[in-house]
Each structure stands twice: as C-alpha cells, then as structure tokens.
Design a protein around this ligand. Sequence first.
Ligand code: PLP
Length: 471
Amino acid sequence: MAWGSDSADTRLHGTAIADSVIDLIGNTPLVRLKRISELEGITGVLTMKMETTNPGGSAKDRPALEMILAAERDGLLLPGGTIVEPTSGNTGVGLAIVAAQRGYTCVFVMTDKVAPEKVSLLRAYGAEVVVCPVAVAPDDPTSYYKVAERLTHERNAFRPNQYANPANPQSHYNTTGPELWRQTGGRITHFVAGAGTCGSITGTARYLREMNPSIRIIAADPVGSVFSGGSGRPYLVEGVGEDFFPAAWDASLYDEIIAISDEVSFLTARRVSREEGILIGGSGGMAVAAAIQVAKSAAPDDIVVVFNPDSGRGYLSKVFDDGWMANFGFLRECEQCVGAMLASRGETPELLYVNPSQTVRHAIDLMRAHGVSQLVVCKNTPPFANAEVSGAVDELDLMDAIFRDPDVLDTPVDRVMGPKLPTIGIGQKVELAVEMLDSAPALLVLSGGRPLSVMTRTDVLAYLQAVVDDG
Ligand SMILES: Cc1ncc(COP(=O)(O)O)c(C=O)c1O
C-alpha cells in the first residue's frame, strides 16, 4: 500500500513509507482459520480479523485515535493538553501511542490489583501512571474513580471515557466495517465479536447493516455478564462482558448473543494458538468459540468473520500458564487427583454456603445439620455460575466471637467471617492438597473456575486410607 501518497510531505509520495505510526492503525488483515475449520467440519469460510497487527497490538488503537481526533475538533483537547483515563488495558496503550505522536501527556489511573507489567507497559510509552488502592470504597478520596476525577479537574484534562464516548463506535463504523466489506468483496454473511464497551460490535454492525441488511451480527459474551442475561459477575475473561449497559449497547443490531464460559474461552484461546499458530487472548478465544458454533450451521458459501481484539502475549501468566489454569480447575494435571478424592466421598458433595447477610445463628444451624466445621460465604447462589465467594466462617472463629459477645449470634455473618479459603483445582495433584492443608483447615475446590466443594483434612485422610486399604 502506498502510504506515502497521502502524506503532506511530498518526499513520501510514491513510497510505501507511513507518515507516522498513526497511519498504521487499522487495515488489519483477515485470515482464514483453516485448520480449525477442517477439524470442526466447517464447510463455510471461517475467518479472523487480526487486530493484533495494530501498532498497540489491539483493536483499541482505533477508538483511541478517533476519541482524540474528536476531542481536538470539539476543542476539548488543546495543544500540549493532558488526557486522564482510568484504564490499565489496551485503551491506555492506544491513547499513549496517539498522545506521543500528537504531543499530549497521558495520565492513567489504575488499582494496585493490576499486574506490574501493565504499569510498566504504559510507562514505557511515556505515560504517567497513578496506582490507587483497590481495597477502598468507591467514594473514598483515594479510590480509583475519585483520583481520576480529581486529576481531570486539577489538570484541566480531557477524559475520553470510552464507555460513553460516541467516537468509540464511530471509529469502527468508519474503519472496521468498511475494511471487512472490502476485504470480503461484500460477501461477509456473519460478524461475531465480543462486547465490552460495545464500540467494536455496534460500530462495525451499523456499517455492515447499511451495506447489507441481512448480515447476521452475533455477540459473544462471558457467562455471567448482563449482555447475555447474567448479573454482571463473576467471570475471569478480561475486557469483555459488563455489569451495566454502556452507551454503545444497541440490542436492535444483534441477532444473537452467545454466552461462553471462562473454561471454553481459555481452552479455545490455547487451541487457536496451537492449531493455527495465532496467539490470541481469552476474549479472542471466547469470540472464536461462538464463531465455531455459528460457522457449523452456516452454508458453504457463507463468510463468517470473527473479531480478535488482542494477543495472547498479555495473558502468558494466566491463560497460557498451566499452573494458573489448573488452580481454577480448567486443566487436569493427573488422573488420580483432587477430583478423584472428592468422588471417593460418594456423589459430589454439594457446596455448603451462607450468604453474607445471613445471621451467625443460621450459619451455626447449617454447620450442625451437616456436621461440618466451616462454611463458604458467597453471594449470588445458586447456581454457581454466579457464585461470588467473599469469605469463610470456621467453628473456632465463631465460638471465639460469641464467647466474647453473645449478641454476635444475630448479626450478619460477614461481620465475623474470615478470609476466603485457599483454592485448589479439581485436576490438581493430591500432593498439593496435602501440602496446602498443612497451613489451612480446608480448601475450596474449583471446577471450570467455579466453586464446587470444600475439602478438609478429614477428606484427605479418608481418601488416603482407602487407597492404602485397596492396596
Ligand atoms: C481484550 C478485549 N477484548 C474485547 C474488548 C471489547 O471491545 P469493545 O470495548 O469495543 O466492546 C475489549 C475492550 O476493552 C478488550 O480489551
């Protein structure tokens, strides 16, 4: 492509030299997922829009550029101005790239829960990063929201707010949609994408529907997110799904919303990386899993496009780490593992829990009825697709608390609960359970990322005894 032809600098005319890195945003390639199609028996064309080839490595370069250009046009961002955004992810990288090129200062506000590499990445682009404590209430002056608000005010800064900014979907309307139309020669029949701010899916869908009203638009969504009817949490896949409906959400555009579990999202990301040689993240895995379902029922002439927002490089310590995957019960390390130990107790024992607002008295009654010495405290139960563990109560702690203050009996359990139990995956080794139970009274067993059961020292003893007796 003759990038130089569009440049104001006549020396670039007739060359393939891009005028600046900004000109390299967009025009990402479309590649067929050939091996996966063969293995899945897909007869139509399944193809991926590779947003990893944007300069910042993600789809977010597009809205970052458009939001800054719109702010310049609207006089919200003046030469040498400052951009403040609470973000730790891809949008920050996109904003930092455009800011570097156009002479703005970026300040990103994030919580201390964010991985140190993410802080380093944004600082590497020259951005200022302000880290706030995660463990404070949203209206605390040191909270992430309040600090972003204060800095915006003090620095007279521009706040892009991708969740409400119309330039976000507009960027995909202006670029992603037309690219897909051109790249498929107008033959695209299905567009599948994950939704977070909904900028990608909505902007692209608006353009494609104008070109061909019968194109099918399919949103992929994490199980638990509000877009597919959940409560908004909890799920592990990053960047997609929400607990509210952002400004760009437009249900009239989406033909179908397919909910995909964390387990399927992560295993699909690993599979695409291994089988296609394309390293993608968890949200890309989620979108591909939905696209495989769509493509399996598509006609041979159909062209199904799946939108891959970013690379697996940002998730090497999670999705691509076997230990991390096993701890959530996404991978099995062995046959005779924690799952076998649970099975030896008979049918899989149900997870006993109390809600944080239930009384200590109720917790004690439950412990006595089931003959257990600890209970998990969790919200949104059942089903456990929505379980959100907040802590645990132990008989020793309760005894101690009631002894000191008998009124505790009728107070909510979350006043006296202890920290969450350490977790172990259903596919992890029994040796690990033994080691962990050295310092904890019980473990919370996870399967597919969700709480399954509590395992105690007695369970391990009974299992080991049975193994020895069976010879
Ligand atoms: C990794 C990843 N995937 C998907 C998305 C969703 O895209 P959008 O916000 O345009 O809906 C995001 C958004 O932040 C993301 O970071």
